[in-house]
Ligand binder design. Structure first.
Ligand code: DGY
Length: 330
């Protein structure tokens, strides 16, 4: 490549401040009208490119990676979750993969708390009532919800985001419980006053609120299946700001409809952007359109991370956020 700038293909429109910064450092191909790119769009645009910058809305699957031009050496994901990229195939093709951890932790944890409050307090249902013009005023018995303060919250996935949720809910007097692949170290556990459950089912059956904050991997596909969802208490709410595929969405809708679970607060869906039709009709489900990292501050910081990862890679250094590392000797 010599002194030429790396050619980067960015699959979705980014904030203009990020695109301006990218133009300074790279030879850029942007998605001007933000139409999601098909596999052939990506393949055509990357024919002589060095880097793809995809997002969660792309499917960088085995077939696409197999057909990618030899020139592509780096997939610099704009986002922390990399479940839409076939990492094994990327490693096979000696393509480095990076992501953007850390900078969206607080925003995603904030959104989790928004849903933890909004669902049991019927916030969006109340808003719909006002907008419908049907609200007839305060009464002692109308729009009664459930208290959040002082309850038991079970966090599935005690990584960065799970821990940030645990810190936030301390001020609500919440009892924090968690399930994770591994128990976190005792210093963190005691700071968060968090109780570990090795057995997810055991935890689910005792919680008032359950929050999904783990990554989506083949092992967590439908981690919350019918049996696990049924083990939750009838007054319990499920919150998901991680990935839709971790919960069996159809079953969730069925169980809420039947009153097996009290309700849900969802920011992510199994087949985004489509949402299970039954969920759309349920008043006791708060639905957000994948807003976890959607703040100016967060998105700018994600862009900076992407730029840093690409710059480091082409300066011959290890990018700071490597998910797939490739030995340069091979
Ligand atoms: C993330 O970064 O994983 C967000 O969900 C957007 O992709």
């Amino acid at each position: 490549m010599g002194s030429q700038k790396p050619i980067i293909v960015v699959t979705r429109k980014l904030l203009s401040a990020t695109e301006t910064q990218m133009k300074r450092h790279f030879d850029t191909r942007f998605n001007v009208d933000d139409t999601p790119m098909s596999e052939s769009d990506i393949l055509n645009l990357t024919k002589d490119a060095d880097v793809i910058v995809p997002t969660v809305t792309d499917r960088i699957n085995a077939q696409l990676i197999r057909r990618l031009s030899e020139s592509v050496k780096l997939i610099a994901n704009f986002g922390v979750g990399v479940n839409h990229i076939n990492l094994e195939k990327a490693a096979d093709r000696k393509i480095v993969v990076t992501n953007t951890p850390g900078v969206l932790t607080d925003d995603t944890a904030d959104m989790t708390v928004c849903l933890l409050l909004a669902a049991p307090r019927r916030l969006t249902e109340g808003e719909r009532l006002i907008r419908s013009g049907e609200w007839s005023g305060w009464t002692p018995t109308s729009m009664i919800g459930h208290r959040f303060t002082g309850k038991k919250l079970g966090i599935i996935g005690m990584g960065r985001i799970g821990q940030a949720v645990a810190r936030r809910v301390q001020s609500f007097g919440i009892e924090v419980h968690y399930h994770n692949r591994n128990q976190v170290n005792s210093t963190i556990e005691s700071k968060l006053k968090a109780k570990y459950w090795g057995d997810l089912n055991e935890m689910l059956s005792r919680m008032d609120y359950v929050s999904v904050n783990c990554p989506y991997t083949p092992e967590t596909h439908h981690l919350l299946d019918e049996a696990r969802l049924r083990s939750m208490q009838p007054h319990a709410f499920l919150i998901n700001t991680a990935r839709g595929e971790i919960v069996d969405e159809k079953i969730l809708a069925k169980l809420i409809t039947k009153g097996v679970i009290a309700g849900a607060g969802l920011d992510v869906y199994e087949y985004e952007p489509s949402v299970e039709n039954k969920l759309l009709k349920l008043e006791n489900v708060v639905l957000a359109p994948h807003l976890g990292s959607a703040t100016f501050e967060g998105r700018l910081a994600m862009g900076e991370k992407v730029i840093e990862n690409i710059k480091s890679f082409f300066n011959g250094k290890d990018p700071p956020d490597m998910v797939v590392k490739v030995d340069p000797k091979y």
